[in-house]
Design a protein around this ligand. Sequence first.
Ligand code: ASP
Length: 359
Amino acid sequence: MVGPMGVTRREALAGGVALATGAWGAPSLWLPSRQAAPVVVASANGLTSKNGGTVSCVETAFNLMVSGGDVLDALVEGVAIVESDPEDTSVGYGGLPNAEGTVQLDAAVMHGTRKTAGGVACLEGVRTPAKVASAVMLSTDHHLLVGEGAQKFARQMGFQVEDDLNTERSRKAWLEWKRRSDPEHFPDPRKRGGTEVAMEMAREGWFPIEHVFGTIHANAVGPDGSIAAVTTTSGLAFKIPGRVGDSPILGAGLYADGNVGAAGSTGRGEANLFGLCSFLIVEEMRRGSSPLDAGVFALRRVAEKTEARLKRPDASLAFGLQFYVLDKSGRFAGVSTNPGSFAVCDESGPRLAALEVVR
Ligand code: ASP
C-alpha cells in the first residue's frame, strides 16, 4: 500500500512516518517551486540535542530548506547545534577525546545534486568541523584534509582555533578512562581493551553508552528535489590518536546522489568502512530497493563480512551500527544492529522514529 508522499505502509511503520496530516502547519510550507516532499533524517541526537536552546538540528535544517536555503547549507547549520553542544559528548565541542586526551574531530559533507563534497579528519581545535568540511568542498579542489593541514586550512579560512575542545565532563571522563585502562601500552583489541573500559564507564553513567561510538549524521531532500548529507563526529571515544573512522569517508560515513537518495551512518566505523555501506545503500536504491530494504541489505552484508571475535555466541553482531536512509521521493528508514530511534522532520513536524533492528 502506498500512502502520502509515496510511502508504503511497511516503510511508514519502520520509519515512523505520520500517515495522517500532522499538527505542524504543513500546507503553509508548500512552496510554488516545490518538486519533492522535503524531509530531514538524522541520528537521534538530531532531535535530542538543542545546545541549551529550543530548536534541534532537524527542525533547523528543515526550516532553512523550506525557506529557500540550500539543502546542504541547511544541514550544516543544523548539525552545528549538536557540534556546539557541550552536553553531546559524541560530537564537536566536548566530544570524548582520544587516548591522549585530545579531541580529534572528523566530518564530511556531500551535495548529491551539485556533485560536490568535502571532508576533514583528525581536526583539532574547531568546534564545528562540518563547516570546515564545507569550506574544503567550496574552496579547494580536494575532498579530504587531515590533521595539521586541516587545522591550518581552517585557520586560513577564518575559523576560530581553540587550544582544547574538552569540557570538564569530557576531560574527567578521559582521566578516569586513563586510570582504568593503562594506555601507555596500546590496548590489545582481542583482550580487555580501551573500548571495553569505555563501555563499562558508560554503564556507570559517565556518559551515554551511545557516545562511546557517537556521531551525528543528517541527510535531506529539499523542496526543489536536491539531496545532501553530512556526518560529523569526535569518533570512537579514547581512540588511538590519528584513528579515523567511517564518518569523513565518502561512501562510508555518508553518500548522496541527486538522482537517487542519501545514506549515512553512526556506530562502529570499522564495520562500515569494510563494506562502504552508504555507497552500497545508495546503489541498492538505484537498482530499485526502498530505503528500508537497502538499509537491511547493507546490515546483512556487514554481518556476512564481520570476523568472529565481533559476534555474539548466537552469531549476532556485538556492536552498534546504524544507517539513516532517504530516497529522492522523501521515503526514509533507519536500520540498526540494536533497538533505538532516529530523528525525522517533515511537514508533520520533528519526531523520533523507531530503528528497524537487523541482527
Ligand atoms: N562512526 C563513528 C566512528 O567510527 C563513530 C560513531 O558514529 O559512533 O568514528
